[in-house]
Ligand binder design. Structure first.
Ligand SMILES: CC(C)(COP(=O)(O)OP(=O)(O)OC[C@H]1O[C@@H](n2cnc3c(N)ncnc32)[C@H](O)[C@@H]1OP(=O)(O)O)[C@@H](O)C(=O)NCCC(=O)NCCS
Length: 198
């Protein structure tokens, strides 16, 4: 389901968006989990791209749904191969989301990166819908939203953070602190068998 699109030419010139640092949803996917009990809300995190750098390149970080156009978000979901979903249901899902982060490209006023987490607010969270518009992939936006979302969860004291990863995206999540089958624990997902059509 991962379709990595070409970076549009106007963004190639902003490839310096990527800064190297020393810091280190669905069946068929692999469940991975991040467990960082040592970290706390007092931890100072260096993000791979600072808020200021994002801003100077025309990107605004947003953490509410107020000005998020759900049709535009749905377009990004579909552009990466997610199935089209009813915007009304997306709204309900977002209302029941504990933390979300998205990046607006100010020039078009459209969302170009998104991630959200649901959970119990104290112990556990699951991250969903991590997407970057294909035209904006490969310039660090996925990492930027994931770093900040994880940091927000850790800041709330939530140390057990899980997600479903397609096999081809495992390499994106690992450097962010996620491991498959931590301590041998295997994820299981309820899978209802499709009835054969007569
Ligand atoms: C996966 C996705 C969110 C990554 O976002 P992105 O903005 O393109 O990734 P970034 O530019 O932030 O990349 C950050 C790092 O991850 C690496 N990376 C990105 N995608 C990767 C992949 N599929 N496999 C391995 N590494 C990957 C990059 O090379 C980069 O490494 P670096 O920091 O060492 O330079 C994005 O490609 C996407 O939306 N894919 C389609 C939807 C999807 O599959 N979502 C995940 C559902 S499980």
């Amino acid at each position: 389901m991962l379709l990595r699109g070409a970076i549009s030419s106007h963004l190639l010139s902003s490839s310096t968006l990527r800064f190297k640092t020393t810091t280190s949803s669905y069946p068929q996917n692999v469940v991975v989990s991040a467990q960082s009990p040592q970290q706390s809300s007092t931890t100072t995190t260096k993000f791979s791209i600072s808020d200021q750098d994002l801003d100077s390149r025309g990107f605004s970080l947003r953490s509410t749904v107020n000005d998020l156009n759900l049709d535009h978000l749905n377009s990004v979901f579909m552009a990466v191969g997610f199935p089209k979903r009813d915007p009304a249901k997306i709204r309900v899902a977002l209302e029941n989301t504990d933390a979300l982060l998205w990046v607006e490209y100010r020039k078009t006023q459209r969302p170009v990166a998104f991630a959200r987490a649901t959970g119990d607010g104290v112990f556990n969270a699951i991250i969903w819908d991590v997407v970057v518009d294909p035209s904006f992939q490969g310039i660090g936006l996925g990492k930027a939203v994931m770093e900040r979302l994880v940091e927000e969860l850790l800041g709330k004291g939530i140390c057990n953070i899980a997600l479903y990863s397609e096999p081809r995206v495992l390499g994106f999540y690992r450097p962010l602190g996620f491991v498959s089958d931590p301590d041998g624990i295997r994820g299981m997902v309820y899978s209802r068998k499709q009835k054969k059509k007569k």
